[in-house]
Design a protein around this ligand. Structure first.
Ligand code: KIV
Length: 282
């Protein structure tokens, strides 16, 4: 059954946690479908996690469309949110034009960073489902991030700003909200004071759901983040597999008998005769 915004709202109402992950490609999305995950957030983290960009500000709308199409080819039931990347939602007209392209590529909703109620309103007026994103906003906080200022809302002013921001966005019509890197107790108060689902990343257990970057969850990223669990580190077995492949290929142990195809009995001699008649080496 396709998961809808009503399904996600019901989960909040019934105090059932919403499960979300990022996914950037077709095979990963197939696995997320098998696992019964509720929501994929195809974020602009695709830039650093897949595309090798220096940070999120390099990601383009074309990048998001390309990856949204790949993800949506594997989608069956999961609700798909796709990011409007940096500088693609500066004006209401631009936000609507670009959001429509993401919907065409398969998104069920679009997400953008920051507290911009005019952008929420215009997207809603155009019938587009909207996820907002407050707390740490990598599109705008790169300088802070470089200086290690990651968590937002550790002091009264910031906590108040976040709560008021969430209320403003809810009032403007936002359907969903991400709380990124916010102290657990602040995220709890925000979550309990809005009627739309609040999905946390590094925001503690009281949010209506959780999202993680898939690379961090399965341990293929180079960095280890405090908010990500330590279930598995796939870098090690993947690297071991690559080294084994290299070694066995160089030593001519691969391909082995079971990996090769055979020419039909009797045909090889005929083929060799034909080759030598034509002057090919055999
Ligand atoms: O870009 C991203 O992956 C995000 C996550 C917080 C979902 O915004």
């Amino acid at each position: 059954m396709k998961k809808t915004i009503e399904y996600l709202n019901n989960k909040k109402k019934n105090q059932q946690k919403i499960t979300a992950l990022t996914s950037y490609d077709y095979p990963t999305t197939l696995l997320l479908e098998k696992a019964g995950i509720d929501m994929i957030i195809l974020g602009d983290s695709v830039g650093t996690n897949i595309l090798g960009y220096k940070d999120e500000t390099e990601v383009t709308l074309e990048d998001m469309i390309h990856h949204a199409k790949a993800v949506s080819r594997a989608l069956q039931n999961i609700f798909l949110v796709v990011d409007l990347p940096y500088r693609t939602h500066e004006t209401p007209q631009e936000a609507v034009f670009n959001a429509k392209q993401l919907l065409k590529a398969g998104a069920d909703a679009v997400k953008f960073e920051g507290i911009k109620e005019n952008i929420v309103q215009v997207l809603k007026d155009n019938g587009i489902l909207v996820m907002c994103h407050i707390g740490l906003n990598p599109q705008y906080h790169q300088e802070d991030m470089k200086q290690g200022k990651i968590t937002r809302g550790k002091i009264l002013d910031e906590a108040v700003q976040l709560l008021q921001g969430a209320k403003t966005l809810e009032k403007a019509g936002a359907d969903l909200i991400i709380l990124e890197k916010i102290p657990e107790k602040v995220a709890k108060i925000i979550t309990e004071n809005i009627s739309i689902p609040a999905i946390g990343i590094g925001a503690g257990k009281y949010c209506d759901g959780q999202v993680l970057i898939i690379n961090d969850l399965i341990g293929i990223g180079e960095k280890k983040f405090k908010h990500a669990p330590d279930y598995i580190n796939l870098r090690k077995p993947i690297l071991e597999t690559l080294l084994r492949y290299k070694d066995e290929t160089e030593k001519q142990l691969f391909p082995a008998k079971e990996h090769v195809n055979l020419i039909r009995t009797g045909e090889l001699e005929k083929f060799k005769d034909w080759c030598s008649n034509q002057g090919f080496k055999i």
